[in-house]
Design a protein around this ligand. Structure first.
Ligand SMILES: Cc1cc2nc3c(=O)[nH]c(=O)nc-3n(C[C@H](O)[C@H](O)[C@H](O)COP(=O)(O)OP(=O)(O)OC[C@H]3O[C@@H](n4cnc5c(N)ncnc54)[C@H](O)[C@@H]3O)c2cc1C
Length: 550
C-alpha cells in the first residue's frame, strides 16, 4: 500500500471503515475515482462488528415499513450473488407462540407477499421438521428467505476490492478536522494514535461514520440529529439452530436467533442512549436476563446452552422525534447532500439503512459523488462479485467432498471463498491447527498476516475467526501471538497485544460469567498468568468478582 501521507490529494475522502464506508470506497474505486478511506480504529470497529449477522429477507419490516422490506429483499438477492462466501443460505422461520395473535401472522404473511418476499405459512409439524430446535409448543410458522451473513468477511471483501481498484485505506487515524474554503469542504485533518496529524484534500467528502456521523457533521459545521439505539446480543457456545428463528409479532426484545458458523447469536434489545454513551458497549445484567428470558421461548434448549459472551452495538439511526426506543424509526437509507440541505458544497452523509442494504447505500452515495465530480461512470456493484465470491471452475459437489482435504482447509475455504488458492497448506506443518474451535490453520494465519494486514490478535480474529469459538482464545491466542512474534521479531509487542486481546475477550465474558463459562475464564486467567506472566484481566478477575455479578 502506498503511503497516503506522501500523496494527499484525492477525488473523494470517505470517513468510517464500517460496511457503509468500505462499500462507498469500493463503489468509488470501481468507478475509477481516486479514493481515500479513513477509519479511526480497525475496519468493522463500529456497529458493523457488533450486529446480529442477519441477512434479512425484509419480513421483519414488512408490516411496519413495506418499502424498506422490499429494499431488503432486493439486496438479499444481490448479496447471494456477489457475496456468496459471506452468506449462509439458511432460510428463516417466523414462529407464533401460545398467547400470540394468529391474526398478526396472516397480516404479516400478506405484507411479505406485498413487498415481494416469498413468505409461506407452513404447518407447525413442518416447522419442527425443518428446524428441530424450535419451541415445540409453537402455534404457527411462516417460512421466509432470511439468511446469515458474516459482517467481518463482507467488510474485508469490500476493502480488498477497493484496494485492488486503487483505493487507499488508512486505518488507526481519526478525522479530527474538516477543512473548508468558503462554503465548501476541501479536505480533512487525520490524527493517528500517537497524535501525529496529516492533511488530505478532496473536493468531495463522504461522512459514513455511523453513529459518530453526528460528530463528523459538527466538525463540518452542519447539524445531523442521530438517534443512538443500543442493542445487546448473546453468543451461545454452539450452534443450536440451522435456520434463522424469529418471533412473529411486532419487533421486540430477544426475538431473533441467528446461526453463525459454529455458534448462534440471540438478540436484540433496543434502548435509546445519550450521545455521550455511544462508546460504551458494556452489557448489563438486566440486558442478559431480558434476552435470555425471551430467547428460551423461541428455543427452549437455550436455557441449558452455555453462553460464550455478550456484546452491544449502537444502531446509526437518524432521529425521529416520536421514537422512544428506536424500534419505530425506519431502517430506510438516509443520503444527505449537504449542499442542498445546508449550503455546504462537497459534503455528503450516508447513514441509516442496515448492514445488508450497504451496497445500495454505497450506490446512492457514489452516484451523488459522481454527480458532484461530473463523472458519468455507472455503478457495477450489483453484478460484480466481491473477492472470494468470484465463480470458480465447474465442479461436481460430490467429487469435491470426496477430495482428501483437511477440516482446516474446508473451513478456510468457507471463510475466504475463491481466495483459498492464496492459502498454502500443502505441507503437514502448514495444516497444523492454531485455533481448534474454528479450525484455523498455521497456513491461514500466515495468509492473514501477510495478505490481510493482520498485525494484531484482534485483526487476526476479525479476518479468520481465531478466538471466536468456544474457548474464546484461551488455547489459540498464545500460539498466534508467538507466530506473529516469530514473523516480525517483536515479542514484547505481541505479549502486550496478547494481554489486550484476552482482556477484551474477558469484557464480553464477564456479563455471562457463571457456571462453565466462569470456570473456563478462571482457568484461562491462571494459565496465562502462570505461563506468560500476563495480567490478563485488568478489570476484576473472575476470582475477585462480587457474587452478584456472576
Ligand atoms: C445490535 C445491532 C444489531 C444489528 N443487526 C443487524 C442485522 O442483523 N442485519 C443488518 O443488516 N444490520 C444490522 N444492524 C445494523 C447494522 O449493524 C448497521 O446499520 C451497519 O453496521 C452500519 O454500518 P456503518 O458503516 O454505517 O457504521 P459503523 O459500522 O458504525 O461504522 C462507522 C465507522 O466510523 C468510524 N469512525 C467514527 N468516528 C470516526 C472519525 N472521527 N474518523 C474516522 N473514523 C471514524 C468508526 O470507528 C466506525 O468503524 C444491527 C445493528 C445493531 C447495533
Amino acid at each position: 500500500m502506498s503511503n497516503p501521507r506522501n500523496n494527499n490529494s484525492f477525488h473523494v475522502i470517505v470517513i468510517g471503515g464500517g460496511i457503509t464506508g468500505t462499500g462507498v470506497a469500493r463503489d468509488c474505486a470501481l468507478r475509477g475515482l481516486k479514493v481515500l478511506l479513513i477509519e479511526r480504529y480497525d475496519i468493522t470497529h463500529g456497529a458493523t462488528g457488533r450486529n446480529h449477522g442477519l441477512m434479512h429477507s425484509g419480513a421483519r419490516y414488512a408490516v411496519s415499513d413495506p418499502a424498506n422490506a422490499a429494499e431488503c429483499m432486493a439486496e438479499n438477492l444481490i448479496l447471494r450473488r456477489i457475496a456468496r462466501h459471506c452468506v449462509e443460505e439458511t432460510d428463516g422461520l417466523f414462529i407464533s407462540l401460545p398467547g400470540d395473535d394468529l391474526n398478526y401472522q396472516h397480516r404479516f404473511a400478506d405484507a411479505c407477499v406485498g413487498a415481494g418476499i416469498n413468505a409461506e405459512i407452513i404447518s407447525t409439524r413442518e416447522a419442527i421438521a425443518l428446524e428441530p430446535a424450535v419451541n415445540p409448543n409453537l402455534i404457527g410458522a411462516v417460512r421466509v428467505p432470511d439468511a446469515a451473513i458474516d459482517p467481518f468477511r463482507l467488510t474485508l471483501a469490500n476493502v480488498l476490492d477497493a484496494e485492488a481498484h486503487g483505493a487507499t485505506i488508512l486505518t488507526h487515524h481519526a478525522v479530527t478536522r474538516i477543512l473548508t474554503s468558503g462554503s465548501a469542504t476541501v479536505g480533512v485533518v487525520a490524527t493517528d494514535e500517537n497524535g501525529n496529524r496529516a492533511e488530505f484534500h478532496a473536493p468531495v467528502i463522504v461522512n459514513a461514520a455511523g453513529i459518530w456521523g453526528q460528530h463528523i457533521a459538527q466538525l463540518a459545521g452542519v447539524t445531523l440529529n442521530m438517534f443512538p439505539a443500543r442493542g445487546a446480543l448473546l453468543i451461545f457456545g454452539h450452534r443450536v439452530n440451522n435456520m434463522v428463528i424469529n418471533r412473529c409479532r411486532k419487533p421486540s426484545n430477544g426475538d431473533i436467533l441467528v446461526p453463525d458458523d459454529i455458534v448462534c447469536v440471540l438478540g436484540t434489545t433496543s434502548d435509546r442512549v445519550p450521545l455521550t454513551e455511544i462508546d460504551n458497549t458494556h452489557v448489563t445484567n438486566h440486558e442478559v436476563d431480558l434476552l435470555l428470558s425471551e430467547g428460551v421461548k423461541l428455543v427452549p434448549r437455550l436455557a441449558s446452552t452455555r453462553i460464550l459472551r455478550a456484546y452491544a452495538g449502537i444502531r446509526p439511526l437518524v432521529a425521529a422525534d416520536s421514537a422512544a426506543t428506536g424500534r419505530d424509526i425506519s431502517r430506510g437509507i438516509v443520503c444527505i447532500d449537504h449542499a442542498l440541505r445546508d449550503g455546504l458544497e462537497g459534503f455528503i452523509t450516508i447513514t441509516g439503512g442496515k448492514m445488508m442494504t450497504y451496497r445500495l447505500m454505497a450506490q446512492q452515495a457514489t452516484d451523488l459523488v459522481c454527480k458532484k465530480l461530473g463523472s458519468k461512470a455507472r455503478c457495477t456493484t450489483a453484478d460484480t462479485p466481491l473477492p472470494g465470491s468470484e465463480p470458480g471452475p465447474e465442479t461436481n459437489e460430490e467429487d469435491e467432498l470426496l477430495q482428501p482435504v483437511s477440516f482446516a482447509h474446508r473451513a478456510a475455504e468457507g471463510r475466504h471463498g475463491s481466495r483459498i488458492d492464496m492459502i498454502h497448506d500443502e505441507r503437514p506443518e502448514q495444516r497444523a491447527l492454531v485455533c481448534e474451535c474454528e479450525h484455523v490453520s498455521t497456513a491461514e494465519v500466515d495468509y492473514a498476516i501477510s495478505q490481510l494486514r493482520a498485525s494484531s490478535l484482534a485483526r487476526l480474529r476479525r479476518r479468520t475467526r481465531l478466538g471466536m469459538g468456544t474457548c474464546q482464545g484461551k488455547m489459540c491466542a498464545c500460539r498466534a501471538a508467538a507466530m506473529m512474534a516469530q514473523r516480525d521479531g517483536k515479542p514484547e509487542q505481541h505479549i502486550a497485544d496478547l494481554n489486550t486481546f484476552l482482556s477484551e475477550r474477558w469484557k464480553g465474558i464477564r456479563p455471562v460469567a457463571w457456571g462453565a463459562t466462569l470456570s473456563e475464564a478462571q482457568l484461562s486467567a491462571l494459565t496465562y498468568q502462570a505461563l506468560c506472566g500476563t495480567n490478563l484481566i485488568s478489570s476484576p478477575t473472575p476470582s475477585t468478582l462480587p457474587q452478584n455479578e456472576v
